[in-house]
Design a protein around this ligand. Structure first.
Ligand SMILES: NC(=O)C1=CN([C@@H]2O[C@H](COP(=O)(O)OP(=O)(O)OC[C@H]3O[C@@H](n4cnc5c(N)ncnc54)[C@H](OP(=O)(O)O)[C@@H]3O)[C@@H](O)[C@H]2O)C=CC1
Ligand SMILES: CC[C@](O)(C(C)=O)C(=O)O
Ligand SMILES: [Mg+2]
Ligand SMILES: [Mg+2]
Length: 490
């Protein structure tokens, strides 16, 4: 393992790399042609590996898998995933030398070891691809100079990469060529073809850099996408139960509520999500979101600062060396929470009821999206990237919680995201303690106790104006125009 690559760059290049972000237009893509007839070998067949492989094959490409020997011998889940789906599987020695494109879709914590093992087997001039740049940027992995190194990073969980593709769409993705490894100048064409094979070109592709992807991805997953959804799930559920709301109902409201509420976000941003509330409830959600923003701003900034300085990655890597002691303890702690253990009722809760009785959940999403977006942009990440890493991905993560709560989310996301999620949630919960004490079931569980929808005109105008006039709303409206194929989940 080398030094943190980002930290070795002079400030001029750090800023250049962080700011690399260009929305690519549909006419810049030429399908999968550049990869047609080439051999693609995916290393690892887990959350991203399986689903990316299925999409690439359905796009007409030749895909096989390389797995570690013991996974093949003992027929581990990764071997079953690949063989049950009719893919060819072999060891590194059998598969890597045949490949024109090797896609490394193993957990980030294994990358140094795996890349070191496969590098001598990669044929001269082949291409090595990643879906997250941690190994290159944070661990400073140096790749043989004749190898082209690219990234196609889907901004969504593997299961959703597949689901969106099956719906004729894709998830937005960041593509990049490592500035140290583009010996033949073909990295960008290969990355574009790979992105088309995943269906990403139908959703939105940003020409980015390894650095910009890593710093924004880590921030999104730790804060709004996973950390905040976890913290808020636990807080909302506990509050309802303390206030006498029936456990099954409370569990269902939270588990399914994120999905229903964020579906509104997906189609029309924070404005549409807030518009789903009656006027007095909207004003309440707005005020609650302002309070949450004030409380959590220092935590969002700390996460961004630690990600930029490399402190986060070195802390996490120390835990890897320590046999994942913290990660495993935090995972067990999450599984033991009252929310995770509660069984959700199967009540017929109408779509509108999730909004009306989940005012606090709406406030959490508004505050979390805005804080994540604003903090990333203030740190030099471009708005398009910050949007995909915050608002856009919330519904995709919410889908996971709707399936099997926090367990499902933490299984499907990467190990890196899981670690960052717990780190954030464990800090956020105590910070929000006093704020939660001041709330009652009007904010969460039962909705406003008055049928009077009257509000002060001037207050409503000011609230609506504040909701609408934000950068995340402006850039979101523009980027959503490119996602015309989106269909509702419900
Ligand atoms: N999870 C997600 O949705 C997203 C992930 N990414 C990125 O995609 C990459 C893959 O992540 P993800 O799909 O979560 O990974 P998974 O944890 O799902 O990957 C598991 C796969 O890696 C193999 N593997 C695990 N350990 C080793 C090892 N020591 N040696 C060889 N193979 C090993 C497993 O096989 P075995 O049976 O041998 O254990 C399995 O095939 C990461 O870079 C991640 O950051 C990017 C966007 C989203
Ligand atoms: C949000 C977590 C993620 O970054 C992702 C699914 O995009 C991950 O690393 O899993
Ligand atoms: Mg991500
Ligand atoms: Mg990630």
């Amino acid at each position: 393992m080398g030094q943190n690559y980002f930290n070795t760059l002079p400030l001029r290049l750090q800023l250049e790399q962080l700011g690399q972000c260009r929305f690519m237009h549909a006419d810049e893509f030429d399908g999968v042609g550049k990869l047609q007839g080439k051999k693609i070998v995916i290393v690892g067949c887990g959350a991203q590996g399986l689903h990316q492989g299925l999409n690439l094959r359905d796009s007409g490409l030749d895909v096989a898998y390389a797995l570690r020997e013991e996974a093949i011998k003992t027929k581990r889940q990764s071997w079953k995933n690949a063989t049950d789906n009719g893919f060819r599987v072999g060891t590194y020695e059998e598969m890597i030398p045949t490949a024109d494109l090797i896609v490394n879709l193993t957990p980030d914590k294994q990358h140094s070891k795996i890349v070191a093992a496969i590098m001598p087997l990669i044929k001269k001039g082949a291409c090595l691809a990643y879906s997250h740049g941690f190994n290159i940027v944070e661990e400073g992995m140096a790749i043989r100079p004749d190898i082209t190194v690219i990234m196609v990073a889907p901004k969504g969980p593997g299961t959703e990469v597949r689901e969106e593709y099956k719906r004729g769409f894709g998830v937005p993705s960041l593509i990049a060529v490592h500035r140290e490894n583009d010996p033949n100048g073909e990295g960008m064409d290969l990355a574009k073809a790979y992105a088309c094979g995943l269906g990403a070109d139908k959703a939105g592709v940003l020409e980015s850099s390894f650095v910009a992807e890593v710093k924004s991805d880590l921030m999104g997953e730790q804060t709004i996408l996973c950390g905040l959804l976890q913290a808020a799930s636990l807080l909302c559920y506990d509050k309802m139960v303390q206030e006498g709301v029936e456990e099954g109902y409370a569990s269902q409201l939270v588990q399914k509520g994120w999905e229903v509420i964020s579906e509104a976000l997906k189609h029309g941003g924070i404005t549409n999500m807030m518009d789903r509330l009656a006027n007095p409830a909207k004003i309440m959600a707005f005020d609650l979101a302002e309070q949450i923003r004030d409380i959590l701003t220092p935590l969002f900034e700390k996460h961004m600062d630690d990600i930029m300085s490399g402190k986060f990655s070195s802390t996490m890597m120390a835990d890897w060396k320590n046999g994942d002691r913290d990660l495993l303890a935090w995972r067990a702690e999450t599984q033991a929470t009252a929310f995770e253990k509660a069984s959700s009722a199967d009540e017929d809760i109408s779509e509108q009821e999730y909004f009306d009785n989940g005012i606090l959940m709406v406030a959490f999403i508004k505050a979390g999206v805005e804080l994540a977006f604003d903090t990333m942009v203030a740190a030099g990440i471009k708005m398009e990237s910050a949007y995909y890493e915050s608002l856009h991905e919330v519904p995709l993560i919410a889908n996971l919680i709707a399936r099997k709560k926090l367990y499902e989310m933490n299984v499907v996301i990467s190990d890196t995201a899981e670690y960052g999620c717990y780190l954030f949630a464990r800090a956020a919960v105590p910070m929000l303690h006093e704020f939660m004490v001041g709330l009652d079931t009007q904010a969460i569980g039962e909705g406003l106790d008055s049928d009077d929808n009257g509000v002060d005109n001037l207050e409503l105008i000011a609230v609506n104006e504040a909701i609408r006039s934000s950068d995340v709303e402006y850039i979101g409206a523009e980027l959503r125009m490119h996602m015309s194929a989106m269909k509702p989940i419900l």
